[in-house]
Design a protein. Structure first.
Ligand code: NAD
Length: 277
């Protein structure tokens, strides 16, 4: 009987995995966050997009039947307000995606300016601290066995891929997510990370424009370069949808026994980098 049920579930690929769940996505106005907002909504979730890009954020929220909240993640009160907006709207918070992030100052460690490091950490790291803290509070108060997912990066696992400040912030997120998972498991709250690599968003495309000194480079060019050099699946670069689909799984009850994990979404890049130089 049980196996019959399972077979019939598998035979329904259109089954919605997040029906009725309420999600907050920081940095949800574009890139990976926007693709995740669309995928969550397609799977039945109610999505609050929290970003500093008001116009695209509002447009996307309207298109997916969600809400938009202006939120600078470096400001604790903004993150708290975004979470309160979700709870005020639907009475609960099930999913928190701490996705907002920026790339960092490039260049040698010998000339790293501490104020630049601090400015990056305020967004990439403090923003995630604010998100975990207030999402956990809302979930504990609401007795919700929710899930918190943080955006780390391949840069957290390999040196030399990005700026020192960015690498530092993304490695710190891995540790913070693990220690939060240890504490919050008793409430049924799962805390995980995703670590994408080579996804041609605005952030990565601008980074490649700087590296290659080519201001005309487009996301499809970046995808081609990643497909040739930054993925084991030769010819196939990553996409924002690749991350969004993995996010749907990780946020869903299908991933109910996964916590303290770092889901690497990189076409195999970090498992075999020497192959690619
Ligand atoms: P992106 O630049 O397209 O999107 C980043 C989003 O974060 C934007 O909507 C931006 O407005 C928002 N944001 C920036 N500062 C903010 C702030 N202070 N408050 C609220 N929102 C803010 O880039 P993306 O590639 O979609 O990046 C999403 C996340 O994925 C980032 O944390 C990034 O570090 C991580 N990541 C991306 C890749 C990749 O290959 N693209 C690889 C590893 C990790």
């Amino acid at each position: 009987m049980e196996s019959d049920q399972r077979t019939s579930d598998i035979a329904q690929p259109s089954k919605r995995l997040l029906t009725g769940k309420v999600a907050v996505i920081t940095g949800g106005a574009r890139g990976i966050g926007a693709a995740t907002a669309k995928a969550f909504a397609k799977n039945g979730a109610n999505v609050v997009i929290a970003d500093i890009l008001d116009e695209p954020g509002e447009e996307l929220a309207a298109a997916i039947g969600g809400q938009y909240v202006h939120c600078d993640v470096s400001l604790e009160r903004d993150v708290e307000r975004a979470i309160q907006a979700a709870v005020g709207w639907k009475g609960r918070l099930d999913i928190m995606f701490n996705n907002a992030g920026i790339s960092g100052p490039e260049g040698s460690i010998t000339s790293l300016k501490m104020e630049q490091l601090g400015a990056l950490l305020e967004i990439n790291l403090n923003g995630v601290v604010h998100g975990i803290k207030h999402a956990a509070r809302a979930m504990i108060e609401g007795r919700i066995a929710g899930t918190i997912i943080c955006s780390s990066s391949s840069a957290a696992m390999m040196g030399g891929l990005a700026s020192h400040a960015y690498t530092l912030s993304k490695a710190a997120i891995l540790g913070l997510a693990r220690s939060s998972a240890c504490e919050l498991g008793v409430h049924g709250i799962r805390v995980n990370c995703v670590s994408p690599h080579g996804v041609p968003s605005e952030m990565l495309t601008s980074a490649y424009r700087r590296f290659l000194g080519d201001q005309n480079l487009q996301p499809q060019d970046v995808s081609k370069i990643v497909g040739e050099k930054g993925s084991l699946l030769r010819g196939r670069g990553g996409s924002v949808e690749d991350v969004a689909e993995a996010m749907v799984f990780l946020a869903s009850d299908n991933a109910g026994f996964i916590t303290g994990h770092n889901l690497v979404i990189d076409g195999g890049f970090t498992c075999c980098s020497s192959e690619m130089s």
